[in-house]
Design a protein around this ligand. Sequence first.
Ligand code: ZN
Length: 143
Amino acid sequence: MKQKEAVRCYHCGKIYDLSKDTIREVISCSHCHRSMKLDRKSERCFNIVRYCLVLFISMNVVVLLTLLLKNTLLVMLASFALAMLLTSSTEHLCLRITHSLFGLTYEEYHPEEVERLEREEDRQREKKKRLKQAQKAEKKLGK
Ligand SMILES: [Zn+2]
């Protein structure tokens, strides 16, 4: 409950109030410009809230559409489009709901670091692929 109202910058210690304008998945400190993002636990809560909300609204719309339209395919298409739309448009709303229900906690976030790790992973994968290809080619030659 303690961390429910505010976020402390991991680097400079500046404290931020989480209000409906500042709440975000990733926030950056106005003082030292470091980034923080939702930690795993908050992220999971956020995803559950978002999932439930989208499911709830979609279900209602599906029921409504089924009553109005007799075309099942059309209903399915419309609800699929709606679910996509809701998922992208309700992010902020869901963050706020999650915040008031569970509280949000943040952790250090280094976008450059994540990017570097991803590139490293890509390189490793590429290397493995090439190794496999070389082995295959060798086998072929062996025959
Ligand atoms: Zn800071």
